[in-house]
Design a protein around this ligand. Structure first.
Ligand SMILES: C[S@@+](CC[C@H](N)C(=O)[O-])C[C@H]1O[C@@H](n2cnc3c(N)ncnc32)[C@H](O)[C@@H]1O
Length: 408
């Protein structure tokens, strides 16, 4: 189509007049990027889609409600010609040529003086893809997606160009499936010099790290059991002070029974910058992966996430089991496999029906995921008979029975 390839350039449109002709789908798709660039946008069109109209209502763009007229492109730096009237587009194109306004055409790329690349952004980088001889939107979008995704998830790493995040990042790794870490978490992991990882969480991601990255298994840090947290804090501080980018990779979300704030406090005391990256907590995602919604209209309007690491009658327990027994909401118990017998007994004694459904989801979101169902009355013996082992999330309540059975 073109004799020569297009010359790629980044237009700095901030405060500069841009004219958009036509208020349909093309304008709707292109306007957000023009707004993000700070352009001073005038839309000329008798009609507009509701989204475009909303931009005019909020004052983001100026809207002149009429068809294109000669002279509309006066003083414009750039024009998007996208009306449904081919003749009007031709006339506007001719005016753009006369006034030397770069213009894109939605109906005829060969008549345009500019082509819009497929664009995407990731961490301060704009990726813009153009094909060489003729616009090929599917191809450019596919290449753009591959590049942006690679930058976001860290599989496309350009270490020398990256500005590393200083200090320590407390990253919630999600429940176990490596695809369930956040985009930000994955990127920070790809940039790390040192990773201190928990037993739970997306262990598979560690295998992808380049050989120079030091991976420390938090469970194996020497010191006695009760020193473990202090030893982890010290390791974080030491490596950060040595100028390394440190990722503390934790299972689920760092602040849900994850001791994340203790680590953040220790880092603050040592004067080390700390970035917190939330993660998908097992408390919601593991039931969901097993087909159990923690709330459901008409069934449960609340859910409570409880630690079951100490029994209800243990003096260290901070849980008001009596109140939970009297409620009707869903209970999600973490770290409760060992104590579930005592927990079920306390809930029944406090008023929950013995036939209340219970589901135990072991190693949720991993290849080893399994779900075992019981009731409050039977759960203690079921756990033993079925050899349910931690890690497991225990869901108590009628939501256990509302699933569709087609969950994958
Ligand atoms: C110390 S807590 C940490 C919770 C984590 N911060 C979160 O937000 O998911 C560990 C408990 O989380 C639950 N858990 C974490 N990952 C799990 C998984 N993949 N399957 C089942 N339970 C899980 C188990 O109850 C386990 O004993």
């Amino acid at each position: 189509m073109a004799e020569h390839p297009a010359y790629p350039v980044g237009l700095r449109l901030s405060g500069r007049r841009v004219v958009v002709l036509g208020g349909g789908q093309v304008a709707q798709r292109r306007l957000p990027a023009l707004l993000a660039a700070g352009a001073d946008i005038t839309l000329i069109s008798p009609e507009a889609t509701p989204s475009v109209e909303a931009m005019a209502d909020t004052g983001e763009i100026r809207w002149t409600r009429r068809p294109y007229e000669y002279g509309d492109l006066t003083d414009a730096w750039y024009a998007l010609i996208a009306t449904s009237d081919h003749t009007a587009n031709e006339a506007a194109s001719a005016e753009a040529e006369t006034h030397r306004v770069w213009c894109v055409r939605s109906d005829d790329a060969s008549a345009a003086t500019a082509w819009t690349p497929a664009t995407g952004r990731s961490e301060g980088v704009t990726v813009a893809i153009l094909t060489t001889d003729r616009p090929d939107p599917r191809r450019t979008a596919a290449i753009r997606d591959a590049v942006v995704e690679g930058l976001r998830d860290g599989t496309l790493v350009a270490p020398h160009q990256r500005t590393k995040t200083p200090g320590v990042a407390l990253v919630g790794g999600g429940p176990g499936d490596p695809d369930l870490i956040t985009v930000r978490g994955r990127r920070l992991l790809a940039e790390a010099d040192v990773v201190i990882a928990d037993r739970l969480g997306p262990r598979d991601l560690l295998a992808e790290l380049p050989p120079h990255v030091e991976v420390i298994d938090a469970a194996k840090i020497p010191y006695g059991r009760f020193m473990a947290q202090e030893a982890i804090n010290n390791a974080l501080i030491e490596h950060a002070k040595a100028g390394k980018s440190v990722v503390r990779l934790k299972g689920g979300d760092p602040f849900v029974f994850g001791r994340g704030m203790e680590e953040a406090q220790a880092l603050a005391e040592a004067g080390i910058a700390c970035t917190v990256v939330p993660g998908i907590s097992s408390s919601i995602s593991v039931p969901g992966a097993a087909g159990i919604p923690v709330t459901h209209r008409g069934v449960a309007h609340e859910f409570t996430v409880v630690s079951g690491h100490v029994a209800p009658d243990d003096e260290r327990s901070l849980v008001n089991w009596q109140a939970l027994a009297q409620g009707t909401g869903t209970l999600v118990v973490l770290m409760g496999v060992d104590k579930i017998g005592k927990i079920a007994e306390t809930l029944i004694a406090g008023g929950r029906a013995p036939e209340t459904p219970v589901a135990l989801v072991q190693e949720g979101t991993t290849a080893a995921q399994r779900r075992v169902d019981a009731t409050l009355a039977t759960v203690a013996e079921t756990v033993v008979a079925e050899e349910v082992r931690p890690p497991a999330v225990i869901v108590i309540g009628d939501v256990v029975g509302v699933g569709t059975g087609n969950q994958r």
